[in-house]
Design a binder for this molecule. Structure first.
Ligand code: GLN
Length: 509
């Protein structure tokens, strides 16, 4: 019997088109897998905060009817997907993994969710994340951490650890994530999955609970480069409801991936970012990175080193810009309009209710960032911190421009280490922030990036990730180069990396 959960989205789409399976059957197969391995906060993967079995099966049934009538809504019609709990889903709880939004049922869909529904993809449920997407391990979820399918004593990355773990654990063939500083790419890297942060403005942010508006971007989390390209084509495109949305046709990402898989990269110039490798990178991660460069060379690419000197300031810049925007965004969670309301005893004023609600509703990391952002934006400090950070942000953008004048794509390891132990960095915010060293520059400049699995580190047999960055609106290059590297790696491995992940034992929810 075919195990439909082991198939890629592209394979599922083909099987549906050929009438070999129904959407109801394969949606049920994924719901069964979730029931078997996802567990809860205490045991299992815990990739999901909310599973919508009923909704998913109803969508699957409608998909099968369209297929039967010969009118599928899209190539992926009927292929199920998981959605990060930061995206509004009409009638389905959306918590951002925060107590402050516990029980909130949005009255509308985020544009990307609307697009999924229009394309016929059944939505399996909402995935776990760090509260308000702040973190690199999913341990800041108010509902308990997600566990890495490769080793359940380890983190699945963050903030989108739920989406990455769901895909890596074969609970969903596709997922949506959001990436403000690396929250799609870093979880993909440490779970052996593929994640893409599109060009800023390439995918609508309408209905995404904002962390930092100038950095946030929705993107695909999948098991193959082609699947990311297929999903990116579905969610991309202009949205009048997002003023930063790019008004241009969606490029042919899947064609680029299919072309790349043929493996010919002759004429391509690849730049290795000097500042994002070497010291501070785990030896096994660096070794896999160097091997991947050899594979790119073997495919005909020219590999050179380029310097982006201001990237060393990217982390400091990000940790000013992001909290400033977050502190302003999170002011709306005032217990008056949404979610949690705590009313202190006595005769409390509106201020007292807000204070008590925010104190009870926000976790420590969220409070830390609100405090940093409020401080940095206060008069007298604004120029010294926020203004200065914006200037350095421009320098980082100029570094990208200078580098892309020399090369077609830039590359680095996605994350300096493999998955660390749950709890290991939880009490050390700076150590946690350092995970984003290599992913943050792309968000500051708005350029697109992909992470794909490029092997297991020798020290711990855990996945490492290879990051490819391209100029803004040139996301096609990620798919072409990514698919070529993926094909070369899988040829060496004799199959996908995730085939080597341990079998998961069943747990009860
Ligand atoms: N880990 C980074 C942070 O904590 C990035 C988060 C994200 O991309 N949402 O801010």
């Amino acid at each position: 019997m075919t195990d439909w959960t082991r198939k890629t989205a592209d394979e599922l789409a083909q099987a549906l088109a050929a009438g070999e399976v129904t959407s109801v059957e394969l949606t049920q197969a994924h719901l069964d897998r979730i029931a078997a391995v996802d567990g809860n906060a205490d045991a299992g993967i815990h990739a999901f905060l909310h599973v919508d079995a009923e909704g998913a099966l109803a969508q699957a049934k409608a998909s099968d009817e369209r297929r039967a009538a010969g009118t599928p809504a899209s190539y992926l019609d009927g292929v199920p997907i998981a959605v990060k709990d930061v995206l509004a889903t009409e009638g389905v709880p959306t918590t951002v993994a925060s107590k402050i939004l516990e029980g909130w049922i949005p009255p509308y869909d985020a544009t990307v969710v609307k697009k999924l529904k229009e394309a016929g993809l059944p939505i399996l449920g909402k995935t776990n994340m760090d509260e308000f997407a702040m973190g690199s391990s999913t341990e800041h979820s108010a509902y308990g951490p997600t566990r890495n399918p490769w080793d359940q004593t380890r983190i699945p990355g963050g903030s989108g650890g739920g989406s990455a773990a769901a895909v890596a654990a074969f609970e969903a063939p596709l997922a949506l994530g959001t990436d403000t500083g690396g929250s799609i790419r870093q979880p993909a890297a440490v779970t052996g999955s593929v994640g893409v942060k599109p060009t800023y403005g390439g995918v609508s942010r309408y209905g995404l609970v904002a962390m930092a508006n100038s950095l946030d971007q929705v993107g695909p989390v999948t098991r193959t480069v082609l699947d990311s390209a297929l999903l990116h084509e579905l969610i991309g495109g202009h949205d009048p409801l997002d003023s930063t949305s790019i008004d241009a046709p969606v490029p042919a990402f899947a064609d680029a991936a299919r072309q790349g898989a043929a493996g010919d990269l002759s004429g391509l110039k690849v730049g290795v970012i000097r500042e994002l490798q070497g010291e501070g990178y785990q030896p096994g991660v660096q070794a896999r990175f160097d091997e991947s460069l050899d594979l790119l060379r073997a495919a005909g690419a020219e590999v050179v080193e380029v310097s982006c000197p201001n990237f060393v300031h990217a982390l400091a810049t990000y940790y000013l810009v992001m909290p400033c925007e977050a502190s302003s965004n999170l002011a709306k969670f005032d217990a008056m309009r949404y979610g949690l309301r705590v009313t202190p005893d006595g005769d409390p004023s509106a201020e007292d209710v807000m204070r008590a609600s925010r104190d009870a509703g926000f976790g420590d990391e969220v409070k830390r960032r609100i405090i940093i952002g409020t401080y940095a934006l206060s008069s007298g400090y604004y120029d010294a911190y926020y203004g200065q950070a914006q200037k350095v942000r421009t320098l980082i953008t100029q570094d990208f421009e200078a580098a892309f004048a020399q090369v077609d794509v830039l590359v680095s390891p996605t994350s300096p280490t493999t998955a660390f132990k749950l709890g290991e960095k939880l009490d050390d915010p700076i150590a946690m922030y350092l995970n984003d060293l290599a992913t943050i520059p792309a968000n500051l400049a708005g350029v697109p990036g992909i992470s794909l699995p490029n092997g297991l580190a020798d020290e711990d047999d855990l996945p490492s990730g290879f990051q490819i960055l391209a100029p803004a609106t040139e996301d096609v290059r990620l798919y072409r180069v990514g698919a070529a590297l993926e094909a070369a790696l899988e040829k060496n491995w004799g199959g996908p990396l995730l085939d080597r992940a341990p079998e998961l034992e069943g747990v009860s929810a």
